[in-house]
Design a protein around this ligand. Sequence first.
Ligand SMILES: Nc1ncnc2c1ncn2[C@@H]1O[C@H](COP(=O)(O)OP(=O)(O)O)[C@@H](O)[C@H]1O
Ligand SMILES: Cc1cn([C@H]2C[C@H](O)[C@@H](COP(=O)(O)OP(=O)(O)O)O2)c(=O)[nH]c1=O
Length: 221
Amino acid sequence: MKTCKKKIEKAVLMRGKLITLEGIDGSGKSTVVKKLQENHDIRVFEPVFTREPTRGTLTGNAVQKAIQSDTDQFAELFLFTADHAEHLAKLVKPALENGKTVISDRYSDSRYAYQGITLKNRIENPLEWVKSLHRGWTVIPDLTILFDIEPEIAVERCGKRGEQTKFETIELLRGVRNIFLRLAAEEPDRFIVVDASCSPEDVEKTVVQKILEFVQRDENK
Ligand SMILES: Nc1ncnc2c1ncn2[C@@H]1O[C@H](COP(=O)(O)OP(=O)(O)O)[C@@H](O)[C@H]1O
Ligand SMILES: Cc1cn([C@H]2C[C@H](O)[C@@H](COP(=O)(O)OP(=O)(O)O)O2)c(=O)[nH]c1=O
């Protein structure tokens, strides 16, 4: 029994850290991820970069098809959640168990925020219900950086980017943003809210600084 407890404690100590980037469409997450991948100070600790929905996988492809069509909102939730399960099993958990830092562009909080809105006329308290579906098997991030921005600015940016998803309307993103901010207020130790309306250079600088502070704080523990 004692050996088992020690093994678990050791595994927890050696486990890498999970950092997630969240925010509404057009908040600038992907732009910052590209910069993080090139940043010398970030590259030093060899993070594994990943994203949800995953790309080039069975579940990720199903999600892409669903969000480009008139798919039922419950079906959409379960496809996103199936993709999360695959992502966890095939990439996130193995990397963390190898002591790697994982940086994910979107993760479970996107489900809480987006499906918390898309399911609002379908079920009572969708936010709590979607959260409860994840309990017991998901891995909770150690740090979540929330890219906060007015939906009006984000939608304008999305228009310039070209490809658009069905979630990119000001009204829907206003609700999604409110949930993200509520989640951040509920878990102030996990979330850092960044002003994503600044210049790309300023947003990048802040995010790099927050990640480095987190990694150094963790190393000194
Ligand atoms: N800080 C910024 N200021 C102005 N435009 C930006 C900024 N960050 C990103 N963009 C532009 O906004 C659009 C959406 O950014 P993107 O990184 O794809 O957002 P997300 O991944 O969060 O949906 C892109 O055209 C990008 O070039
Ligand atoms: C991960 C996830 C994304 N989404 C939404 C957010 C996006 O509008 C869309 C696709 O995500 P993504 O490809 O990351 O879009 P973007 O690069 O514009 O941020 O799916 C959900 O609704 N639920 C989820 O669980």
